[in-house]
Design a protein around this ligand. Sequence first.
Ligand SMILES: NC(=O)c1ccc[n+]([C@@H]2O[C@H](COP(=O)([O-])OP(=O)(O)OC[C@H]3O[C@@H](n4cnc5c(N)ncnc54)[C@H](O)[C@@H]3O)[C@@H](O)[C@H]2O)c1
Length: 361
Amino acid sequence: MTPVMAGIVGCGQISSSYLEHLTGTLSGLVRVTACSDLIAERAQQRAAEFGVPTVCTTEELITDPEIEIVVNLTMPAEHHEVTMAVLEAGKHVFSEKPLTVNRELGREIIEAAAGRGLLLAGAPDTFLGAGLQACRRLIDDGAIGTPISAHALLAAGHGSERYYDIFTGPMFDMGPYYLTALVSLLGPVSRVTGSAQIPFAEKSYPADSPHHGKTFRVSRPGNISGVLDFEAGCVGVITTTCEVVGYHPRLEIYGAEGVLITNDPNAYTGAVTLQSGEGEPQPVSLPEGFPAWGRGLGVAELAQAIRAGRPPRASGDLMFHVLDIMHATHDASREERHLTLESGCPRPDPFELRELLGSTA
Ligand SMILES: NC(=O)c1ccc[n+]([C@@H]2O[C@H](COP(=O)([O-])OP(=O)(O)OC[C@H]3O[C@@H](n4cnc5c(N)ncnc54)[C@H](O)[C@@H]3O)[C@@H](O)[C@H]2O)c1
């Protein structure tokens, strides 16, 4: 296929991981021709590091007739404005997670893309990695029988105000990895309830913060659990907390005939184990050809979708469904009830990396 021309908006922390893979292994599918940042030096630095030919303003990048996909790597509160501007300029979008901050803005984005016949995709794309794709195949092949129960846990002790102030807490920052993995493995969620708590009203800045020695007030829940009824019948529990010590990523699917323990859903690969029947858990061999990287995979998958005229797997509808679930866990806690979700999305098709890389030939 002819490579798809792309521009990067937002050259902060995560941009180097995207640029490394998009200008490396994935350059046969995607050509990054320009990058922009409100802080121009950041864009200049990334362009120099990764050989991006043009540094320009976001306005210039979005209206550049050569660019087909804009990769939105700004912060969540900025996603809506940038994504809408890109869609209005008639280009496809890949956005970092979450889609945006609330359902109303999310709907606007979905409608704008659909109304213009443009493709919308976004992070997380870790479910396209070797670990979660191996799990997907095992579930589809009946290795654990009927999925009955799913447990997702992100227990972290970052202690940073980032988790409380950037957006609305650990569910919105880290929940997308777990929820996207769950929807990819088990299909959409139909009903949600939850509990959201602020265990400590005041926290200390961590040792690596420039504000170390001071405290900050917490206004957002830092400890959230949701109960998820999947349309297909399984019941899942997701906990995201940033109030404990260490880092404990877990995703476990319990079936009538087996148990699957996945890799960290915030990684593209890692140890996966399968327990069949009453046997001991065994390591699962992961599909070959998947490297350990890395961000940019979903952008390349979107590029192939554009050329093939099909929807992307890490679709905007999937992102919106995940956003809806995250809000529903908080709303259900406040309203003390179960909520039936209006959103949904098709379960993304299984993914074959070799097919994607083969399409560069
Ligand atoms: N940092 C991480 O480890 C990490 C990991 C995974 C995902 N993410 C996601 O990636 C996104 C970005 O995170 P980050 O940590 O890289 O943030 P960051 O603050 O380091 O970078 C964001 C950049 O966007 C720029 N920006 C904002 N509005 C802009 C505009 N209109 N035009 C051009 N540039 C603009 C800012 O100047 C900043 O340099 C977030 O959605 C986050 O959830 C971050």
